[in-house]
Design a protein around this ligand. Sequence first.
Ligand code: ADP
Ligand code: MN
Ligand code: MN
Ligand code: MN
Length: 338
Amino acid sequence: MTKCKLEYIWLDGYEPTQSLRSKTNIVEDFSGKVEDAPMWGFDGSSTEQAPGGSSDCLLKPVYVCPDPDRIGTGFLVMCEVLNHDGSAHASNGRSTIDDDDDDFWFGFEQEYTIWDPETNLPIGFPAEGYPGPQGPYYCSVGAGKAVGREIVEEHLELCLEAGLNVEGINAEVMMGQWEYQIFAKGAAEAGDQIWVARYLLERTAEKYGMCINWHPKPVKGDWNGSGMHANFSNTLLRTAGSKEVFEAVCQAFEPRIKEHIDVYGADNDQRLTGLHETQSIDKFSYGVSDRGASIRIPIFTVEHDWNGYLEDRRPASNADPYKVASVIIETVKSAKTS
Ligand code: ADP
Ligand code: MN
Ligand code: MN
Ligand code: MN
């Protein structure tokens, strides 16, 4: 008999930005399969998810992977939050995803800033004044340019050990800002993996006494904000072979700016200004290879005779990937493509 440590992870009910919560469940001889992870519960009155008088919320396991910090006996268990009657909780974005056949593929580019709680500034920033202006930091190497690499490397290793489908990492435009990309075939799983990777990142940074700042504009002024570009495709886009189909899908986004921006992250107006490789928050545009557009048509798509994917550049680093995927799927399905 082996005592296994199952770390149940969920999203709290704070508005406008939900945070990760987790606690450990000891289970004997756990198989590692999601269907064998028992339902569990927590006190919703401590997470803004239930009133004190009726505080039980349920945790429904939806994604399981090995816990790389508890090798052999540990597992990470991503959960949906349900009300005590078994219905989806209002904070449960995952349950709103309409992609039963996993036809939608998502690749999220998660940007973030490693944050020093002592200075309340990005790691590497001097306590007074600013580092040199942006330019040398993106994809950099060397002290004074790439700061926090030991955390980033350890996080990458943990993600791979957990079996997450990380496709790459890079240093970003602001000092102390980094990115990882995760791709999955299936919108819910892409969201699960992004959240588990966020969890591992916070836990890794914790060991170094650092925080992860998910805010889309952590430093005001001439410093890049943080996004979470959503690259997406479905069978239609992967096999369209037609510029018109891509344009019809892009045009379906135009009248739905509000529906999208509502779930693309709090304070995104500070980031989507029209500067720093962004489109303004109240405008919509699309274009081939256009990094100033709301939706970029990657050159990959054009070079493959209009078979491929699209990149919505608007989601912020603090957005919930479940809700982002959910609204994108809704809009793509509403497109008039025939
Ligand atoms: P960039 O920084 O140039 O915008 P990245 O290389 O950081 O691009 O990210 C591109 C993302 O697009 C990757 O996460 C990749 O998995 C994703 N992607 C590639 N092809 C598809 C596809 N057919 N459907 C959905 N996402 C895709
Ligand atoms: Mn990228
Ligand atoms: Mn980036
Ligand atoms: Mn991108």
